[in-house]
Design a protein around this ligand. Structure first.
Ligand code: HEC
Ligand code: HEC
Length: 151
């Protein structure tokens, strides 16, 4: 065996030792570590506290063309093949009556850049891009700063 292979094997053994030590769980079937903490596979982790959705403050954008954050709760709002609750307030037809912001024209453009008569399929699932603003801690440390032109 060449030195390289021996080093690799040694490193592998060491790593598996570390992983094993972390999840040393006699009788169990191991654990899983994620940003939410360590959970044994066979356990159900208690749910996190419900997040608060502060209504009184509408957070501004951090960069150009950012999908605005949703400044209200969206609990039980169905968005599926059969129904789109968001559009019952945000469509051009309903927005005025519901005092909601109209979806902008970009929501009618398909990927060939044609402007359609109704919401483009690629903008139908609102939550792909828009998320509710919540009082949540950042999961990972970061140094993201708002772009200068919006400061
Ligand atoms: C019952 C009506 C209603 C429904 C349903 C609703 N919204 Fe809203 N939404 C509003 C109103 C009214 C506002 C204006 C801000 C406010 O008063 O909360 C708003 C604001 C927003 C904004 C911020 C717009 C901006 O210019 O900053 C976004 C984004 C948004 N909603 C997305 C959604 C999405 C996505 C859904 C579906 C999951 C949804 N809304 C469902 C009424 C509604
Ligand atoms: C592919 C991403 C994407 C999807 C899907 C999407 N949006 Fe947006 N939305 C954006 C972006 C980006 C903006 C900001 C730029 C703009 O106005 O186009 C925006 C802006 C908005 C605004 C503010 C418009 C304004 O004039 O200030 C509202 C309200 C909104 N979206 C609602 C919705 C609703 C309701 C849906 C679902 C029917 C939806 N969006 C789906 C990306 C998306």
């Amino acid at each position: 065996m060449s030195k390289k292979i021996i080093t690799l094997v040694a490193a592998g053994l060491l790593l598996s030792g570390i992983v094993y030590a972390k999840f040393d769980n006699p009788g169990g079937i191991g654990g899983l570590e994620s940003l939410r903490g360590i959970t044994e596979i066979e356990d159900t982790r208690p749910a996190d506290e419900m997040k608060k959705y502060p209504k009184e403050q509408v957070l501004g954008s951090d960069y150009i063309y950012q999908p605005p954050l949703i400044p209200h709760s969206i609990r039980n709002y169905e968005v599926s093949l059969n129904a789109n609750k968001c559009l019952s307030c945000h469509s051009w037809k309903n927005a005025e009556e519901m005092k909601a912001t109209k979806i902008s024209v970009t929501h009618f453009v398909n990927r060939e850049d044609a402007v359609l008569a109704d919401v483009s399929p690629r903008r139908y699932f609102c939550l792909q891009c828009h998320v509710p603003q919540a009082s949540a801690e950042a999961l990972v440390e970061n140094e993201f700063k708002r772009v200068d032109s919006l400061r």
